[in-house]
Design a protein around this ligand. Sequence first.
Ligand SMILES: [Ca+2]
Length: 156
Amino acid sequence: MRIRTMAPAALAATALAVSLLAASPASAATARHQGGLHLGTIQYDSPGRDTRSNSSLNAEWVNIHNSTRSAIQLKGYQLKDDTGYTYTFGSYNIGAGKTVKVRTGKGTNASGVRYWGQSNYVWNNTSDKARLLKPSGSLQDSCAWSRGDGGVKSCH
Ligand SMILES: [Ca+2]
């Protein structure tokens, strides 16, 4: 009788413990990524007229900032606009506290800067949304703007 009344409670306690164990690593991972690796400043409207010169294209850019205490390998991470343009990172190790700038036009990749290689603008001047996706395809961060943001958006 006593065992039979306790068994369901023990079972429920075990189920709760299991669900807590399963939930905690996932929520810890989520907490670490929020504000961890994130979109920083976005110069979505290249200064001056949009002439599509390479220098004008490269004056359109997105910063990605690593505010964690560890370096992160960005290989396979994707940067997307709202209409499907996609930049996929090759091997790039972003150090703790460092920023990498993704410029729209063509150029030679170097430390702190990657070139998308486009011959037209990616980021819409009127309104758009940048998304940073993990290699798995899940969302790491997003940031939207509208014309009222004045050409530069500070994402947090
Ligand atoms: Ca633009």
